[in-house]
Design a protein. Sequence first.
Length: 129
Amino acid sequence: MEKSMELLGSPIRTAAGIVPLSAAVRSGNLIFLSGQLALRDGALQGSDIAAQTGVVFDNIEVVLADAGSSLSQVVKATIWLRQASDFGEFNQLYATRFGDHRPARSAVVSELLIEGALVEIEVVAETAA
């Protein structure tokens, strides 16, 4: 049985240049997004959890749409927060973006590799193969 993997999305850029990973990968009917940060044109956007979470979800929606999927097809989300104190506000924003859809989720507090980043979100979503 032949397996295929399709790389999706534009190269990810930071102030340091292009990062050696794909924005997303399609394997069968699943889309695996790399962790998304609040980056636009390589620059970090927003200085608080609300602003950064909004940009991260906007980025996720663009990559999913390009892959023929959407937030309503997300089956798993993994969240990294820099500060535990942001969890309550983040959780409200997360619930607003997903609405009644409730994918499986993990959330942890971790130092993030991009200075100033407060949240990183990675998702797995279904799509038509």
